[in-house]
Design a protein around this ligand. Structure first.
Ligand code: URA
Ligand code: CA
Length: 433
């Protein structure tokens, strides 16, 4: 088999065989096929697309390119959740304890973030003592005991995806639905998921800015799942404005605690109940989505969801008393209100720009080397559709810098008020199964 023929086939709009796909993924992983040939192929894929079968083959070839996590020692169906990323997305922190409390095993391998805030591990490290440096055996036994554990990324997972993604990034071929879908799904499958619930964000703060693109990506991923025997479903959710009120690491931990106690923001709570009920259903713990949802509401109301979070923190060295006293979380030296300059209704709150403001305060990493400020971030008080009076705080800035004038200017530019009321954006656009 020759790489040049594979490129030519795809360029001419032919469908690649399973063998051809395995050939180029293996060859690229062990450096026998050079970057320039693979970049020609990814560009041909960008223009010609891939069939459902080709996309599933590409996914599995990338899974097989490296280590696969074996979770077979954990009893039950392991359901993983993946979000395509957004601003102030606190769902992972809530969903883990929430579904674990009804008996769904959550074995989460997580990373640090290069975004508006840190990743799940960074956020959890705002709890004194909490750590994810645990051995595999301990990880497995914690999930069997408590139904929930988080471990840092280790092993050589999907090296083909790492190389391909880096290459696509510099050759203008990231934005290809089959390439994105296979990239995301390969990582979930290699991490040991039996079933997958996807939260595909849409809007200014999302990777996919339009409903049509978000829907196409969601459908492509759900089909991959079905074709490789992993039950998969997707929710398309709003990311035109940030999710919930908190954007920041410690601030989001506090928001997750509130939500697990049944006192969280309405949008975050609703999205977690929707995603969670599908996780419970796919894990075979409920006969219908409606029953699953009722089970989740029950564990919030009777306190078992928040108790599961406590047990989880304690098991990984964390100070569980933050749950009863969240002032024990890192606190910023200064808080500043961003006051409305006029009466009106909030009509726009550009998610990615608000996220960038949080990042500049230190809540997120600008580069891999940046140090996070776990206390820094934003607490929103108003969201799209809310009425605002002149002088009222739109949000509070939590900062360890005394001068936040530039941040304020950026925030004012991206929060719009108008005399005419608008509706809050639709939170859940569609559920794809
Ligand atoms: N995120 C991924 O993991 N892969 C892509 O290709 C794009 C976004
Ligand atoms: Ca939030």
């Amino acid at each position: 088999m020759r790489m040049v023929d594979i490129i030519e086939n795809k360029r001419n709009g032919k469908t690649l065989s399973t063998e051809e796909i395995q050939f180029f993924v293996q060859g690229y992983t062990n450096d026998t096929i050079p970057d320039y040939q693979v970049s020609a192929l990814t560009m041909a894929i960008y223009f010609r697309g891939m069939t459902e079968r080709e996309t599933a083959d590409l996914t599995m070839a990338m899974v097989k390119s490296g280590d696969e996590i074996d979770l077979s020692a954990i009893k039950g169906i392991k359901v993983d959740k993946h979000s395509t990323g957004g601003v102030g997305d606190t769902t992972t922190l809530v969903l883990g304890p929430l579904v674990a409390a009804v008996g769904v095993p959550v074995a989460k391998m997580s990373g640090r973030g290069l975004g508006h805030t840190g990743g799940t591990i960074d956020k959890l490290e705002s709890v004194e003592g909490f750590h994810v440096e645990i051995k595999n055996e301990e990880f497995i036994s914690l999930v069997n005991e408590n139904k929930l554990a988080v471990i840092g990324q280790s092993g050589n997972l999907t090296p083909a995806d790492k190389k391909l993604y880096a290459l696509r990034d510099v050759t203008a071929s990231v934005d290809s639905i089959p390439l994105i879908a296979s990239s995301i799904m390969s990582k979930k499958i290699a991490a040991g998921a039996d079933a997958i619930v996807l939260d595909v964000k849409t809007g200014a703060g999302a990777f996919m800015k339009t409903i049509d693109d978000s829907k196409a990506l969601a459908q492509a991923m759900v089909r991959i799942g079905h074709n490789v025997d992993r039950q998969t479903m997707a929710v398309i959710s709003d990311m035109s404005q940030p999710l919930g009120y908190a954007i920041g690491n410690a601030l989001e931990v506090k928001e997750a605690i509130d939500t697990l106690k049944g006192k969280g923001p309405e949008d975050l709570t609703e999205l977690c109940l929707t995603l969670g009920s599908h996780m419970v259903y796919l894990a075979n713990k409920a006969e219908s989505i409606e029953i699953a949802r009722a089970m989740l509401e029950k564990v919030i109301n009777d306190g078992s969801a928040i108790n599961t979070f406590k047990t989880f923190l304690r098991a990984q060295g964390g100070d569980e008393s933050v749950v009863d006293d969240p002032t024990k979380l890192p606190q910023a030296k200064y808080t500043f209100a961003l006051e409305a300059k006029e009466d009106g209704y909030l009509t726009e709150m550009v998610a990615d720009e608000i996220g960038t403001a949080a990042m500049l305060l230190g809540a997120g990493r600008a580069t891999k080397e940046s140090e996070l400020d776990l206390a820094a971030g934003l607490m929103l008080h108003k969201k799209i559709g809310d009425e605002v009076k002149k002088g009222e705080a739109l949000l509070t800035i939590h900062s360890n810098f005394e001068n936040v004038e530039e941040i304020k200017a950026r925030l004012y530019k991206n929060i719009k008020l108008s005399a005419k009321q608008v509706d809050a954006p639709l939170l859940i656009h569609e559920v794809i199964t």
